[in-house]
Design a protein. Structure first.
Length: 134
């Protein structure tokens, strides 16, 4: 549904399972194990497929930074549109890729494809059966 409506989704995980329980000693902060749960992987895939971003805050206190980062991205984005030369209303998912080869330092976050949808200027041609002569 998100791909069909061109929605960008940002996700924030609340899972705490990515911390190894044996590594809760503050003196061993650098030794924490980073592990994405199955739910985290789904959140990450959903965000990446729609051109968004997944966040995995460590503490509840870090949620504020996640929301600030999302706000920063939404205020600092560009929209690019194109119409493919072979636009076909076939209901199939079409993959796309956007690259910025000459501009190091830029980060492109975009959806990975689209589902063609009818527009007022693009109509499917239908052949109707001829009515028999009377």
């Amino acid at each position: 549904m998100a791909q069909r409506t061109s929605v960008v989704i940002y996700t924030i995980s609340t899972s705490t399972q990515w911390i190894s329980l044996s590594q809760t000693d503050p003196s061993k902060m650098g030794d924490r194990k980073y592990h994405l749960t199955d739910g985290d992987k789904i959140l990450q895939e959903l965000a990446e497929e729609t051109g968004g971003r997944a966040f995995f805050p460590y503490h509840v206190d870090d949620l504020d930074q996640s929301f600030q980062d999302i706000g920063d991205e939404l205020r600092n984005q560009y929209s690019i549109a194109y119409l493919p030369t072979n636009y076909v209303l076939d209901g199939r998912y079409h993959k796309i890729r956007i690259e910025v080869p000459e501009h190091k330092g830029y980060q492109v976050r975009a959806r990975r494809g689209y589902l063609p949808a009818p527009t007022p200027t693009c109509r499917q041609h239908q052949t109707l059966p001829a009515e028999p002569a009377q």
